[in-house]
Write a protein that binds this ligand. Structure first.
Ligand code: 2AM
Length: 171
């Protein structure tokens, strides 16, 4: 079995910006490591190895254009105890990418997640509530040109995310 998810995977430059955002926010919680920062598209959960190839074929069939997304504010989510960086405006191209990927997965028997899609980058987990006042981030403008399939593995009880494959978004 493999624990899988699709994500927008930041470049090294984008990661640097995200880390400075994490540090400036003054978050009281466990910061997500630089390497693991990402924006989830679809969470697949634990899947048998035989589904890996169909999953990759399904992703390869997704036809979606590149887009720009601006992450412009922090949100504190009390129930999962996380601080996330979120966009105010969700680009239509992202909504469509996420929908086509989810329906391609349903076709191969991987159920879509319940609830609306809320793009975000989790910056910290296990946060202390109430959080100290969190300032506003510098806007992070991300030109998204591809999406990736990620495997989550445990290393000394900590998740480490590894990119298995990436697909280009094309006009
Ligand atoms: P996140 O997107 O809020 O950070 C791997 O576990 C990634 O998939 C994490 O980034 C996680 O949360 C996201 N994810 C989405 N739904 C999940 C679920 N039901 N269980 C665990 N992780 C989930």
């Amino acid at each position: 079995m493999r624990r899988l998810f699709f994500a927008l995977w930041p470049s090294p430059d984008m990661r640097r910006e995200l880390v400075s955002c994490q540090n400036l926010a003054g978050i009281n919680g466990r910061l997500v490591s630089r390497h693991n920062l990402h924006a989830t598209l679809c969470f697949l959960g634990e899947q048998p190895d035989v589904l890996l190839e169909p999953t990759m074929l399904a992703a390869g069939d997704v036809d979606a254009p590149p887009f720009t997304i601006e992450f412009d504010h922090f949100e504190v989510w009390l129930k999962p105890k996380v601080v996330s960086l979120c966009p105010t405006h969700v680009p239509q191209a992202l909504v469509e990418l996420q929908r086509s990927l989810s329906s391609a997965l349903v076709h191969i028997g991987i159920a879509a997640e319940k609830g609306p899609y809320q793009p975000h980058i989790t910056l910290a987990r296990n946060i202390v509530i109430p959080q100290p006042e969190i300032g506003q981030p510098q806007w992070i403008k991300w030109l998204v040109g591809q999406f990736s399939l990620i495997e989550s593995r445990l290393n000394r009880q900590m998740p480490v995310y590894q990119v298995l494959a990436s697909w280009d978004l094309k006009y």
